[in-house]
Design a protein around this ligand. Structure first.
Ligand SMILES: NC(=O)c1ccc[n+]([C@@H]2O[C@H](COP(=O)([O-])OP(=O)(O)OC[C@H]3O[C@@H](n4cnc5c(N)ncnc54)[C@H](O)[C@@H]3O)[C@@H](O)[C@H]2O)c1
Length: 315
């Protein structure tokens, strides 16, 4: 198989690349990434001799076409996106570019190459948020995004679904909950908690920290994507979650306990405008494929803290 991984130098994409190369040594793997602030090409160092890395934009159909004609792509896994909600509140333009026009460019490529399968990685945030008493979102839940970021992700998903129906292109969508693990950009919640705590600095927590997220260890997510690639069906959507809901404040306290630091480091700051209250997904669509999460929150936090600790002492 020849697999194009877009956004493969970012957080989740880099884990997918490392694991896929280890588990499928005969595949040819190409990474396309514009190397934004969230990317770090050195994440791919362990496999860089075994993959092809191309710096470029998914919204550029000509680059996509050159890659497809040169390498004969079987599958595209699209991780490329602008992903930070706070940045989308400040400036939506890059989000429209990567998350909507980028998906549109992939659709154009697939119209020319209908044999290529696209797995598009999306988010639970397209559904908006839940009250504490609500059942988790499922495949029947309407899209109801509440941030500029999630609106662009929902637009990308809709474009893809409409194009699958109109043009018969091959696409599968996965939507997942909050990922955590090594390689995540330091502006995201868990890295902020860990890096602040390691530096002995105050940890900023929005509002009262009672917002709940379902925490999914990054390699459990990439394993679910592999399952959808091998056993999923074209045109279907798969919801990936670990069934492990935790309030942000509890996550901060767990990290502080792992590091042996005082809970007094937690500092409540003004809430994000439009901040979603709770996310949770019904993951039966991926469980039916035989996937289940393998990494407990305690183990995942330990691994993540250890990685950020090594990173801070390597400087
Ligand atoms: N991190 C999470 O908790 C989470 C949760 C749900 C869904 N997702 C989705 O998973 C995917 C990957 O998320 P992540 O956390 O790894 O993001 P990330 O921000 O860490 O990485 C995104 C990568 O995409 C690249 N990129 C951005 N725009 C590009 C473009 N136009 N062309 C080529 N490359 C481009 C960046 O350089 C970066 O390497 C995204 O689609 C995101 O919406 C993430």
């Amino acid at each position: 198989m020849t697999v194009l991984v877009t956004g493969g130098a970012g957080f989740i994409g880099s884990h997918f690349v490392l694991r896929h190369v280890a588990q499928n040594p005969d595949d040819t793997l190409i990474v396309l990434d514009t190397l934004t602030y969230a990317a770090d090409k050195s994440f791919l160092d362990p496999v860089i001799q075994r993959i092809r890395f191309i710096e470029g934009d998914i919204a550029d159909v000509e680059i996509l076409e050159q890659i497809a004609s040169r390498y004969g792509i079987d599958t595209i896994v699209n991780f490329a996106a602008e992903t930070h909600v706070d940045r989308s509140i400040k400036n939506i333009v890059p989000f429209i570019h990567s998350n909507i026009l980028g998906v549109q460019a992939l659709v154009e490529l697939l119209k020319r190459h209908p044999e290529i399968l696209l797995l598009h990685v999306s988010t639970d945030e397209v559904y908006g948020d839940l009250k504490d008493s609500d059942a988790p979102f499922d495949l029947q839940s309407p899209l109801n995004p509440s941030s500029p970021y999630s609106a662009t992700k929902a637009a990308g998903d809709l474009l893809l679904r409409a194009s699958a129906r109109t043009f018969g292109i091959r696409a599968r969508i996965t939507r997942c909950t909050n990922n955590y693990g090594p390689h995540q950009d330091t502006s995201k919640l868990l890295p902020v908690i860990i890096t602040s705590a390691l530096a002995g600095k105050k940890i900023p927590i929005y509002g009262e920290g009672k917002q709940k997220r379902d925490w999914l260890y990054v390699t459990d997510h990439t394993d679910a994507i592999e399952k959808v690639l091998t056993d999923g069906e074209d045109g279907k959507i798969y919801l990936v979650s670990a069934d492990d809901e935790r309030a942000n404040i509890d996550v901060a306290m767990t990290v502080l306990d792992v590091l042996g630091k005082s809970h007094d480091l937690i500092s409540f700051v003004e809430d994000r405008p439009g901040h979603d209250w709770r996310y949770a997904l019904d993951n039966s669509s991926v469980r039916k494929l035989g996937w289940k999460p393998a990494v407990s929150f305690a183990k995942g936090v330990e691994e993540t803290v250890a990685w950020f600790r090594r990173k801070s002492t390597a400087r």
